[in-house]
Design a protein around this ligand. Structure first.
Ligand code: IFM
Length: 439
């Protein structure tokens, strides 16, 4: 059961989120290749060998998708613009792409949806990957040029803009763990990316603000990190993981130093002179986006820093194998407000459940329960003083789940990847009963 609309303040925003590469179809509209196209074309990187070339064909079906957002009763839509679509070679504009996003934003406004844009949700132009991508300090300038271009075209109609989605994934998951493009496993590459994503965020935010943009934020992901047993070693592993994942980015963007437990391994590989960037990184924020999904347990692993092996706890899991632990959302919202952002407006910019489709693709009652529990967890944080302003479900549609291909289904709406038919699931109907015209 979902809570009642009246359990939340009248201005509280409910929405759903998507990302360009996961839904649009990177083969359409004159987009250039991104590092995800090339990563996906490399054997072994994506479980089913698939890519986002067609994805959900949102490039052509965007009006249907916006109708689904409106008809569920949502007030806001979180989407991303694709850098590789907007600048196919990483530098020169693609007018077709800007026209597409222009129509998309107008389409949101026509349907009463507030546009929440994310400028980077992982589609780095391959031409910039050739130059070292997030390892190259110049990425801050390249990203800023792209951000300004998008803002010059759309900024007059955006309700909110995030620079980056999930810098931990952009930097650590992709350059240290090797699971996402560019698939590196290298502490020096990862450390540089850990700093350059923040430099890009700070540089672009300041430039956008100078151009007159308002309501700027960043979207960070958080994952509960707890020791797997009561040994001192497991406590140290969990603390290191927490520092890398849950503290590195939020501390830097709010003007706090990088956490000691992460600096122990990353510090020696940071680019020279990084200290001089920290003021720039801490550009003023108008809001913080929080993505939350799960918890992992951590223990000691021999060998190199961070000496960390993760495992799953005992709670029920989603199709991704992720433990379902709604109280983690309450805990993070309270912790972030207490330790980092105070009264700054916060949005849950992603929270969702992957669930395999059964014979009746509309039957996703476990997802309804998941959403209800997480909405109540968000409400509990508000009751304890967190300035939470909205909640975006991930995701509107089943879509391309990166290295997991098209297997995991996170959508409120089922997508048949052969016919591209959209079929609303029980969870979509539950939101409609909570928010829509019939409530
Ligand atoms: O699909 C992703 C999304 O792109 C970023 N946040 C987590 C989601 C689920 O893994």
């Amino acid at each position: 059961m979902l809570p009642k609309r009246s359990d939340f303040p009248p201005g509280f925003l409910f929405g759903a989120a998507t990302a360009a590469y996961q839904i649009e179809g990177s083969a359409f509209g004159g987009a250039g290749p991104s590092h995800w196209d090339t990563f996906a074309a490399t054997p072994g990187n994506v479980i089913d060998g698939s890519s986002g070339a067609r994805a959900c064909d949102h490039y052509h079906l965007w009006q249907t998708d916006l109708d689904l957002m409106r008809d569920a009763g949502f007030g806001a839509y979180r989407f991303s613009t694709s850098w590789a679509r907007v600048m196919p070679d990483g530098r020169a504009p693609n007018p077709e792409a800007l026209d597409f996003y222009d129509r998309l934003v107008d389409g949101m406004l026509e349907r009463g949806l507030q546009p929440f844009a994310t400028l980077y949700h992982w589609d780095l132009p391959a031409a910039l990957a050739d130059k070292g991508g997030w390892r190259n300090r110049d990425v801050a300038g390249w990203f800023t040029d792209y951000a300004r271009l998008v803002h010059a075209r759309l900024g007059d109609r955006l309700a909110a803009t995030a620079t980056l989605n999930e810098p931990w994934c952009i930097a650590w998951l992709s350059h240290f763990l090797g699971h996402h493009a560019p698939g590196l496993r290298d502490i020096r590459a990862a450390s540089r990316a850990m700093h350059h994503v923040l430099l890009a965020h700070g540089t672009a935010s300041r430039a956008l603000r100078a151009d007159g943009a308002g309501n700027l934020g960043i979207v960070l992901n958080f994952e509960t990190a707890q020791p797997r047993d009561d040994s001192a070693q497991a406590a140290a592993s969990a603390a290191t993981q927490d520092a890398i994942y849950n503290q590195w980015f939020i501390r830097a963007v709010t003007g706090q130093p990088y956490p000691e437990a992460a600096m122990a391994g990353i510090g020696p590989h940071l680019p020279e002179g990084w200290q001089q960037d920290m003021d720039l990184v801490a550009a003023p924020l108008d809001w913080l986006g929080v993505n939350y999904y799960t918890r992992k347990l951590h223990g000691h692993a021999p060998g190199h820093w961070p000496n960390n092996a993760d495992s799953d706890g005992p709670l029920p899991k989603t199709q991704m194998g992720w433990e379902i632990r709604p109280e983690g959302l309450t805990e993070f919202l309270i912790r972030l407000s207490r330790d980092h952002v105070g009264d700054l407006p916060v949005y849950v910019t992603e929270n969702g459940m992957s669930l395999a489709a059964g014979p009746d693709v509309t039957d996703d009652m476990p997802r309804v329960a998941f959403i209800g529990d997480h909405l109540r967890a968000a409400r509990a944080a508000m009751d304890q003083g967190v300035n939470l302003r909205g909640f975006f479900y991930w995701s509107l549609l089943d879509n391309y789940e990166w290295a997991f291909g098209y297997g995991p289904r996170f959508g409120l709406v089922h997508v048949d990847y052969t016919t591209m038919a959209r079929t609303p699931k029980a969870s979509w109907h539950a939101f409609r009963r909570m928010l829509g015209p019939d409530r």
